[in-house]
Design a protein around this ligand. Structure first.
Ligand SMILES: O=P(O)(O)OC[C@H]1O[C@](O)(CO)[C@@H](O)[C@@H]1O
Length: 450
């Protein structure tokens, strides 16, 4: 069977010469060994390279089945790596308008996400949408102390206790957190919540194929066995240390060559709006893994053809500091054809009977040629179909490539020290104990600027 994800480098020959690829072979081999021998930076966080066993999958499925049976609404509370993976897979594979479907057509709960910001209106409107519904919650935080999900959880927990009473609320809350430490773990123990464990050796952005992502994905009705099977196939496909035999490494090497040539932005473009959240997951994966020590490509994303009508001008003609990674799905699950029209007033009859997919394909080819002419290198990742198996493979592909890419760049692809700066400032400004000195300094600075 051919790989569910395939990398196409045919169109970058204009931008990268053979000898440039060859020069990278030793560095790729070295990075491969760092990764597989566990001797590189951040080696304590390589647990994502292995996939969950059947026992863990069964436990997740069992708990998810209860939610699918009893819940009208399932709220996933988390931020960054604790929610982006689940959101990516759920919006990629579930009905885009599930919450608006006729109740008889729904095949499980609506899934809502919270804890990703401090938006009052969004939070209020979500609470309003819960009225009269059977609600279950999965609160996910590896550290157990991240402010956004912690506050969201306090708000939802209060609503649950008020609505169902304390005892019933406890049965409707599932916590995914550290095995033994953190405020969420302490609370889960005290309240007796069902819990799933974030493995010690997996960082947030690499955790979608652990209970962090798998539980909400299963609760949304997606086969996590098939997701893991796709990832398992990718794991086998991308173990070869030779650059010529490993497409994940070729993608990582290509990014590195682009970086060396002065490109600053990688634009992940898709022609499928259902992959918008997948791009958000990808942005965290690459941004948090590589953006450090003053280095790294800036990961950006676009949905085509939508963004060709807003960002297309810049991509074609603006500053030449970007390259494009195009994620292209060949065939939709459900086809739709352009209808015939008796009058042809809109002049579209030449397309009557044509599939929307075929038109999307032409848009993709047209754009690739135009952007290549505009000196934007285009590398493609192609999938025959957007299904659970190929999405599992794609996730693993990007994770493996990201880890290797980080080592090629010479950074630790598994830490994120820079995220602390805003957190420490926020704690200080909010008046958290222990941050008094910083608070005074920051408030003085703010006053100076006012
Ligand atoms: O699961 P947690 O500990 O709440 O963290 C959520 C996210 O916040 C970060 O730690 C950054 O602050 C990410 O790395 C992580 O994915």
């Amino acid at each position: 069977m051919s790989s569910p994800v395939s990398l196409n480098l045919n169109y970058v020959a204009l931008f990268v010469a053979d000898h440039e690829w060859e020069q990278l072979h030793p560095a790729v081999s070295h990075a491969h060994h760092l990764l597989h021998a566990g001797t590189g930076k951040g080696a304590g966080l390589l647990g994502w390279m292995d996939l969950p066993d059947k026992e863990e999958i069964s436990r997740i499925e069992k708990s998810a089945a209860r939610i699918r049976k009893d819940a009208d609404v399932f709220i996933v509370i988390g931020i960054g790596g604790s929610s982006l993976g689940a959101k990516a897979v759920i919006s990629g594979l579930c009905h885009a308008f599930h919450s608006s479907l006729h109740p008889q057509k729904k095949n499980g709960p609506d899934v809502f996400f919270l804890g990703e910001h401090f938006g009052s209106d969004y939070t209020n409107e979500l609470l309003e949408a819960l009225e009269g519904k059977s609600v279950y919650v999965n609160v996910i935080s590896k550290s157990g102390t991240t402010t956004e999900p912690a506050i969201a959880f306090r708000i939802v927990k209060t609503w649950m206790e008020h609505t169902y009473g304390e005892e019933e609320a406890k049965k409707r809350i599932i916590a995914t957190t550290d095995r033994e430490k953190g405020a969420l773990k302490t609370m889960a123990n005290a309240e007796g919540y069902e819990t799933f464990v974030v493995p010690d050796d997996v960082g947030g952005r690499y955790s979608v194929l652990t209970p962090v992502g798998l539980f909400p994905i299963a609760a949304a009705g997606i086969s996590i066995r098939d997701l893991i099977a796709g990832a398992e196939e990718a794991r086998r496909d991308y173990t070869d240390e030779r650059l010529s035999h490993n497409q994940a490494y070729q993608y990582a090497a290509f990014r590195n060559l682009m970086y060396q040539k002065g490109k600053q932005i990688e634009l992940l473009s898709t022609y499928e709006p259902k992959l918008t959240d997948f791009s958000e997951w990808w942005k965290q994966l690459y941004g948090e893994s590589e953006g450090k020590d003053g280095k790294g490509l800036f990961p950006a994303s676009a949905v085509f053809t939508t963004d060709l009508h807003s960002m297309g001008q810049y991509i074609q003609d603006g500053r030449r500091h970007l390259f494009e990674t195009v994620l292209f799905v060949r065939k939709s699950r459900n086809e739709i054809q352009i209808p015939q029209s008796a009058s042809d007033e809109d002049g579209l009859d030449f397309l009557a009977g044509e599939r929307l997919d075929a038109i999307n394909q032409k848009a993709f080819q047209a754009t690739m040629l135009a952007h290549t002419d505009g000196a934007v290198p285009n590398v493609f990742l192609e999938m025959n179909e957007l299904n659970v198996f190929s999405l599992g493979a794609l996730i693993y592909f990007f994770e493996k490539a990201c880890a290797l890419s980080g080592y090629l760049l010479g950074v630790n692809p598994f830490d994120q020290p820079g995220v602390e700066s805003y957190k420490q400032n926020m704690y200080a400004l909010l008046g958290k104990s222990g941050h008094e000195q910083r608070r005074t300094e920051l408030e003085e600075r703010l006053n100076e600027w006012q």
